[in-house]
Write a protein that binds this ligand. Structure first.
Ligand SMILES: *Cc1c(COP(=O)(O)O)cnc(C)c1O
Length: 360
């Protein structure tokens, strides 16, 4: 068996230890005589799995009691609609557009109310995070929306915007559990788990209780109301049961690594190896403003499309998978999520160094 170094932006690398454990439990989960895939989501055994997953996530993120944790489906993209449907009481929301995902979220919300784009970095291909310390927040805005880590462009908010008292809603799909967060600063934190937590099919929504109401936009389907899922503890209908079980395993793995402060330190160390190399390289260069660099997604280019393609091809042959940049930006992108070991980044930098020697 040969495992590659997988730099995919998502679905992405998972801890090997977790995959092995799941393999061991595949046919007989803890003496139940069946796989978690085959189990009733209403069984005692499964109840323990989902409750422990929620508790471990609460411990990791230090989630206060007045926030609900929901395990939902539909991916992060479904939240683009669910958020306005549930929160747009005045039918006005402010969006900060720092990439494709924020842009998509803004255009979806525009179906339900007035969307004000109060800041954007579209003028420089989303290569930076705009100054959000004193924005023109709309007086009647129901919330302010950000995509905290921009998976495609490789930028991250290092400081949260000053929302001047409005609720902050954040898509953290690609930086979920990569470092500690202060949950109390947000109304909603949400993300698809397939980037940094588990298998595709689960989206986690952490939402402050007072934002969960029956007062939603007319016509909002039952399945798209936060209240439905909060009241039923994520078991209104069949949840993505196996995916939640895998997330739970990753939460336990993260606790074993020392929690989010330890992950931050590890992720910083890992990213520094790659960024330091990009800063000194004569062939490769990073594409975003230094202060705004993401710890998770690292885009880079040679400046020559043919050479980029050659690099991606040769890297693949050497066991470095999924380094091709997003189709909207080209070049390369290395996603170095929690489960990517330092050895993987070191090996990649060595490969890049050799490639530079051979091609300069
Ligand atoms: C991948 C991604 C999405 C889309 O996620 P889906 O689960 O495929 O809908 C949204 N936001 C961010 C930041 C992402 O990285």
């Amino acid at each position: 068996m040969a495992r590659v170094y997988n730099f995919s932006a998502g679905p992405a690398v998972l801890p090997e230890e977790v995959l092995k454990e799941a393999a061991d439990e595949m046919l007989d989960y803890k003496g139940s005589g069946m796989s978690v895939m085959e189990m009733s989501h209403r069984s005692k055994v499964y109840e323990t799995i989902i409750n422990e997953a929620e508790q471990d996530l609460r411990d990791l993120m230090n989630i206060p009691d007045n926030y609900k944790v929901l395990f939902l489906q539909g991916g992060a993209s479904q939240q683009f609609a669910m958020i306005p449907m549930n929160l747009m009481k005045n039918k006005v929301a402010d969006y900060i557009v720092t990439g494709q995902w924020a842009k998509k979220a803004a255009s979806e919300a525009a179906k339900y109310g007035k969307v004000n784009v109060i800041a954007s970095s579209a003028d420089e291909t989303f290569s930076y995070i705009p100054d959000c310390s004193d924005l023109d927040i709309s007086e009647d805005a129901d919330y302010v929306y950000i995509c905290e880590n921009n998976t495609i462009y490789g930028t991250k908010f290092k400081e949260l915007p000053n929302t001047k008292g409005k609720e902050l809603i954040a898509d953290v799909s690609s930086c979920f559990l990569s470092e500690p967060v202060d949950v109390t600063k947000y109304g909603i934190i949400y993300g698809g788990v397939q980037k940094n937590i588990g298998p595709a099919g689960v989206v986690i929504v952490i939402i402050r209780e007072d934002l969960i109401t029956e007062d939603v936009l007319e016509g909002t389907p039952t399945m798209l109301q936060y209240k439905t899922h909060a009241d039923a503890k994520s078991l209104y209908n069949t949840p993505p049961a196996y995916g939640i079980y895998m997330c739970g395993k990753v939460f336990k793995w993260l606790k074993k690594q020392g929690g989010l402060a330890a992950m931050k330190e590890y992720n910083e160390k890992k990213a520094k190896i790659l960024y330091d190399f990009l800063d000194e390289s004569k062939l490769f260069k990073g594409t975003v403003r230094k202060e705004d660099r993401s710890l998770m997604n690292v885009p880079f280019v040679t400046g020559n499309d043919e050479l980029d393609a050659k690099f991606v091809k040769e890297a693949k042959e050497a066991g470095f998978e999924n380094l091709k940049g997003h189709r909207s930006v080209g070049g390369m992108r290395a996603s170095i999520y929690n489960a990517m070991p330092i050895a993987g980044v070191e090996a990649l930098v060595k490969f890049m160094r050799d490639f530079e020697q051979a091609n300069l």
